[in-house]
Design a protein around this ligand. Sequence first.
Ligand code: SF4
Length: 282
Amino acid sequence: MSPLIVRISDYAGFCWGVERALDMTYRAADEAPAPVNTLGPLIHNPSVIADLKTRGVGVVSDVTETQGGTVILRSHGVPRETRELLTRSDLTVLDATCPFVTSAQEKAALLSDEGYLVIILGERDHPEVLGLRSYAGKDSLVVESPVDLPAKLPSKRVGVVVQTTQSQERLAELVAGLAPRTRELLVHNTICSATEQRQGAARAMASEVDAVVVVGGKESGNTRRLAELCAAKQPRTHHVESADEIDPAWFRGLRSVGVTAGASTPPGQIEAVVARLRKVEP
Ligand code: SF4
């Protein structure tokens, strides 16, 4: 039997924004005033967080937990109030907020200032969405799909912003649900280009292979959405965090498997999965 053909999707793994945040943090570990802490885990990846810890970079969940030194804002961004609190503190602040997230925050603030009811498409408890919400005004709503919309919208003038890692499919669904219920609908498609490229490449690959393995943290929203998109094209899609989870039985009788990975999945984790798949005898 010929070996399983393993294909790796374009744009699998770290995005530009995550790489930038990691570079800033590793540099801060050597150069910034100690103690160095990130505000929340830098990325949804336990092995990276453990590595940072060995270099003296800790994690705090709240600004009040810091005892001087340096605080690093991760790529997801922070709520407006947190930023204001930090400005008044004597901490050294390194801002690794991804510019795509900053742009979405600015658009949310603009819509709110112009009197729109702001609807955020995203995961309610995700740190990026909590940040967006602080700019979108107290009446803003967070939805994951049109099903989450209230029976009666408080305004017919609606502005939409989107968590940067959502999918175009979900946005299209929401816009279709909102259009008949509004008089004015202004949509800022703030899905970032890295997400679009990754999802586009994974979608195309999923329809050309016999199975898909999506690598990344189970807590990582963008990885979960990637798995969801691939499963819509190829039902034999498996979401794994590490190579140990690969079950050779998944590939029995198949010829090919495609691999993709979320924006917070380190290269070593992808390589380990690919190496394991290359040993599978279908
Ligand atoms: S997924 Fe997009 S918005 Fe998020 S950090 Fe990466 S490039 Fe920035």
